[in-house]
Design a protein around this ligand. Structure first.
Ligand SMILES: Nc1nc2c(ncn2[C@@H]2O[C@H](COP(=O)(O)OP(=O)(O)OP(=O)(O)O)[C@@H](O)[C@H]2O)c(=O)[nH]1
Length: 396
């Protein structure tokens, strides 16, 4: 293999890069050379692939949507599994979250899938009480990761990372607009998780209604300043694909585990008196697009964004809450050691202040008690004297 090498040359003359690895760090000019030798760099990605296969993959999905909107059916259809689920009731007194983890395998590639599903969502009168458990759950997973990170002995390599990588938000196929609960929930979670909005049970809408509904939803999201996950468009090839994908949002999905006969083939679909809706037919719904993006092309982007954007945001605000800062009042960087020392002194001073206050209060109360005792003593003496005088003058 003739590899093209970029390296920093110590002198202007030609230097064989194979013998000068250590020179790379110290020199200033960048040279581009065609090498004759084989360095085996092309195997580096293989190392990553092997390690990933050994370690396995994990993916955490949050499904938010009204009771019976099709959350379980869609997850089953996405992963081609039949996870037996009992139907949730419409009469829960509050919103809960059901967490289940499954160990899946596809051609020797293990995937640990965690599915978190809302229960009782959309059945509550109080809207804040509907979305707050979702917000709290997302924060709790970030907090658990932060606590692990802050430990002296961390075990992040085999840490069971439960941070949510994607939220599939199920919108009811009303054909009108988003409900106020949809807006409130998405507004409160969009800085905590990657949201992919879905029009659930999209087979309930005609093609033209669906298009109108999609554009209504997108304009409502924009006008309410709600950020949904944007598929990256940073390299040219991906940009072309992803621009069209971003244009498809919110995805219109249909779920079904039923096998239906179409011609001579068995396909996954929903059988109606007037025909068959094929789940995996891109002319019928966006299910295949969603599955490809989630499982084939963008799983790593979703995980990456969770760590670098959402978790980072949580971490920085939490550390600021705890009183940590990167810069001092003079905008100069502050070292951790200095900050720790300052915090320690501040804490010490506060302890002293509180001790002093306690002492003062104690002294004050002792004085008050002494005065009370003195008054009581004086009164007792007067009473005693009065009774003696009474006996002396009036004789008992
Ligand atoms: N027409 C239509 N029906 C669907 C679709 N997906 C699911 N259903 C049906 O809707 C009903 C509820 O589906 P589930 O997947 O259990 O819904 P869920 O949101 O998980 O329900 P809970 O967990 O009980 O809240 C079932 O009868 C499904 O067959 C769909 O895309 N289109």
């Amino acid at each position: 293999m003739n590899a093209v090498f970029y390296y920093l040359a110590r002198s202007p003359q030609f230097v064989n890069p194979a013998h000068h690895w250590s020179a790379v760090e110290h020199n200033e000019n960048i040279r581009c050379l065609t090498t004759l030798g084989h360095f085996g760099f092309e195997c580096l990605p293989t190392q990553l692939v092997n390690r990933s296969i050994q370690k396995g993959f994990s993916f955490n999905i949050l499904c938010v949507g009204e009771t019976g909107i099709g959350k379980s059916t869609l997850i089953n259809t996405l992963f081609n599994i039949n996870l037996k689920e009992s139907k949730a009731s419409h009469f829960y007194s509050k919103v809960g979250l059901k967490v289940k983890t499954y160990e899946l395998q596809d051609r020797n590639i293990p995937l640990k899938l965690t599915v978190v599903k809302t229960v009782g969502y959309g059945d509550q009168i109080n809207k804040e009480a509907s979305y707050q458990p979702v917000v709290d759950y997302l924060d709790a997973q970030f907090e658990a990761y932060l606590q692990e990170e802050l430990k002296i002995k961390r075990s992040l390599v085999d840490y069971n990372d439960s941070r949510i990588h994607v939220c599939l938000y199920f919108i009811a196929p009303t054909g009108h607009s988003l409900k106020s609960l949809d807006l409130m929930t998405m507004k409160n979670i969009d800085r905590r998780v990657n949201i992919i909005p879905l029009i659930a049970k999209a087979d309930a809408l005609s093609k033209s209604d669906l298009q109108r509904f999609k554009s209504n939803i997108m304009s409502e999201l924009v006008s309410n300043g709600i950020r949904i996950f944007q598929f990256p468009e940073d390299d040219e090839d991906a940009a072309q694909v992803n621009t069209s994908v971003n244009g498809l949002l919110p995805f219109a999905v249909v779920g079904s585990m039923e096998e239906v006969k179409v011609g001579k083939r068995m396909v996954r679909g929903r059988h109606y008196p007037w025909g068959v809706l094929q789940v995996e037919n891109e002319n019928h719904c966006d299910f295949v697009k969603l599955r490809d993006l989630l499982l084939c092309t963008h799983m790593e982007d979703l995980k990456d964004q969770t760590h670098t954007q959402h978790y980072e945001c949580y971490r920085s605000s939490r550390l600021q809450q705890l009183g940590f800062h990167d810069t001092g009042p003079d905008s100069q960087p502050v070292s951790f050691q200095e900050m720790y020392e300052a915090k320690r002194q501040e804490f010490h001073a506060q302890c002293q202040r509180e001790e002093e206050e306690l002492k003062q209060t104690f002294m004050q109360r002792v004085k008050e008690k002494e005065l009370t005792f003195k008054d009581a003593e004086k009164e007792a003496r007067i009473t005693h004297l009065t009774s003696i005088l009474w006996v002396l003058f009036f004789g008992g």
